[in-house]
Design a protein around this ligand. Structure first.
Ligand code: ADP
Ligand code: MG
Length: 151
């Protein structure tokens, strides 16, 4: 499979990539975000929100697990870092199958509950303000999406 990657020089570039991606998103799309603390998962989500015309400020939902925002499509922003038991069914399906776009920070922590098909975005530190972003599609919908973004 082709590798879909890009490097960003600052937080703005990461947000801009997400903003561009947001324009192609459809109801029911799920994006998994992986990367260390400070890698840029929330920064990416803020850009995505902007691209979805979300007017409210997006903050890390660390203490609430899920935050919902109104936009061109609803945005469901999850941070599952503090979800202790990954096997406990917390009803995430309702979001994944909903009319909005779901973004999950630390998605691998609820691996068992993720949908079959999704777009995983890995953010790697490459220096103070440099990041490598690797995008891995799973399923035809997301393969197609990658082709469009990286065209
Ligand atoms: P996470 O949600 O992964 O813990 P955040 O998005 O909250 O990460 O924080 C990322 C931090 O790194 C922010 O302070 C952001 O300004 C900074 N930063 C510096 N360079 C970049 C970059 N290229 N992409 C994203 N964030 C960056
Ligand atoms: Mg975060």
């Amino acid at each position: 499979m082709k590798d879909y990657e890009l490097n960003t020089k600052n937080d703005r570039e990461t947000a801009q990539f997400a903003e561009k991606l947001a324009e192609l998103l459809e109801p029911g799309d799920v994006i998994a975000l992986e990367g260390d603390l400070g890698a840029g998962k929330t920064t990416f989500t803020k850009g995505l929100a902007k691209g979805l015309d979300v007017k409210k400020t997006v903050n890390s939902p660390t203490f609430t697990i899920i935050k919902e925002y109104k936009g061109r499509l609803p945005l469901y922003h999850m941070d599952v870092y503090r979800v202790a038991d990954s096997y406990e069914d917390l009803g995430f399906d309702e979001y994944f199958e909903g009319d909005g776009v779901t973004v999950v920070e630390w998605a691998h922590l609820i691996e068992e509950q993720l949908p079959e098909e999704l777009l995983t975005i890995y953010l790697y530190h490459k220096g103070e303000d440099q990041r490598k972003i690797a995008v891995k599609p799973k399923g035809q919908r997301y393969e197609q999406l990658c082709k469009e973004i990286f065209r």
